[in-house]
Ligand binder design. Sequence first.
Ligand SMILES: NC(=O)c1ccc[n+]([C@@H]2O[C@H](COP(=O)([O-])OP(=O)(O)OC[C@H]3O[C@@H](n4cnc5c(N)ncnc54)[C@H](O)[C@@H]3O)[C@@H](O)[C@H]2O)c1
Ligand SMILES: [Fe+2]
Length: 408
Amino acid sequence: MSHFAAIRLPHEILFGKGQRHALPKVALRHGTRALICTDQRFAGTAIFAEILAALEDASIAVFVHDGVLPDVPRNSVSVCVEGARGFKPDMVIGIGGGSCLDMAKCAALILSHGGQLQDYYGEFKVPGPTLPVIAMPTTAGTGSEVTPVAVVSDPDRTLKVGISSPYLIAAAAICDPELTMSCPVGLTAVAGADALTHAIEAFTAARRGTDASLAQNHVFIGKSALTDHFALLAIKLLGRSLEKACKDGADQDARADVMMGALAAGCAFGTAGTAAAHAIQYPVGALTHTAHGLGVATLMPYVMSYNRSASTEELAEVGAALGIVQAGLDVKEMAGAAIEEVRRLFAAIGITPTLKALGLPADKLDWTAEQAFGIDRLIKNNPRPFDLEAMKRLVQAAYDGDLAASAI
Ligand SMILES: NC(=O)c1ccc[n+]([C@@H]2O[C@H](COP(=O)([O-])OP(=O)(O)OC[C@H]3O[C@@H](n4cnc5c(N)ncnc54)[C@H](O)[C@@H]3O)[C@@H](O)[C@H]2O)c1
Ligand SMILES: [Fe+2]
C-alpha cells in the first residue's frame, strides 16, 4: 500500500492547563499591537482581566472588541473592523467560543485584504496571508482554533456560509481546558457532540484519490493517513470523557480530554472535511434555529447508518476507539455496535433524538433534502454517494427516528 496524506495546521499548537499564560510570549512573536475579539460574557470575567494585564505587562497594546455575537452575523464583522482599523493591529487574538474565533479570522481577513465578507464566501477566495490570528477557545467543540474555515450568518442568505482557505488557519492555537470549566452542561454537550461528529465524519469521509492536484484544488480532501490519526485520537478521548464532563462539569480530567478531543477532531476535519451530517444541518439549522452541534449530533447516527455499507471497516474502528469490547463481534457487528454506542452516548447527554423533536416542520423535509444535496463540497466527501431520492429517504428516516430505514 502506498501512503497518501495531507494536513494543514497552525504553526504552533499549545495544549494544557494554564497554557493561557503563554499568550503574551506567543503574541510578542507577531508584534506589539493586538486586536482582541471576544464577547461580552468573557470580557466581564476575572480571567479576561488577568489576560489583559499580562499583555499590558509585556508592552502589548490592545484594542478590545467585545461585541461578538453567536454565529457571527455578517454586519457584526464590519462593525468590528471599522472600530479597529485606526488602531492598526499587528495581529488578531480570538478568545471565546467558535463564534469569537471565527470573528477573529474574519476581522484579520478584512483588515488585510479589504472588500466585503461576501467577496470571500466559498473556497480559495482569500488572495494571500492575513494578519496572524491567535486562537484561544473557551468551548470544547468547533475546532476552529486549527481549521481553515470561518462560518458566518448573512441576512441575505437562508443558510449559513463558510469562508474556507488555508490562509484562514490561525498562526497559533492556545487551548487551556481551565477556560472550559465554566461551560454549562448544555453547551458542553452540544459542543462536544459537534466535535465527535467532526471526528467520525472525517474518519469515515470518502477516499478521494492520491492525485497531486487534489489538495491544491480543494480545501477539504477526504480522509488520509494523518487526518485518520487525529480523528481516532478524538473519538477515543470524547468516547471516554464526554459523558463524564456533562455529568460533572468540575471533573478537570474529563474537561481536558474533551478539549483535546475537540482539538484533535479539528486537526482531522480541517483537512479531511465533514460530510452528510453537516450538509443536512445547514438547512435544518436555518429552519429550526437550533445550535449547530445539536443538529449535526441529531443526524450523526442516521448518517452512520446510511454509510454503513460503504464504511463498514471504518465504523468498526470507530467502535473500537469508543471502547466497545470486540470479543465475538465480526466487523459488520462492530460497525452496528458503533452506531448504537453513538446513539446511546448522545441520548445520555441530552442530544435530541430526531429531526421531528428538533422542531423541523414536516412540510419542509423535501426542501431540507434539496438544500443539503446542493452542498456539493460536503456531499462529495460522503463515503456512500447520494442522489436526491436517497437524501430524501435519509432526511425522512432522521425525522421519524427510524435507524433501519436510514440504511436503505
Ligand atoms: N470555524 C470552524 O471550523 C467551525 C466549526 C464548527 C462550528 N463553527 C461555528 O462556531 C459557532 C459555534 O461555536 P460554539 O459552539 O463554540 O459557541 P459560541 O461561540 O457561539 O458561543 C455560544 C455561547 O456560549 C458562551 N460561552 C462560550 N464559552 C463559554 C464558557 N467557557 N463558559 C460559559 N459560556 C461560554 C458564549 O458566550 C455564547 O453565549 C457556530 O457559528 C458554528 O457555525 C465553526
Ligand atoms: Fe461542526
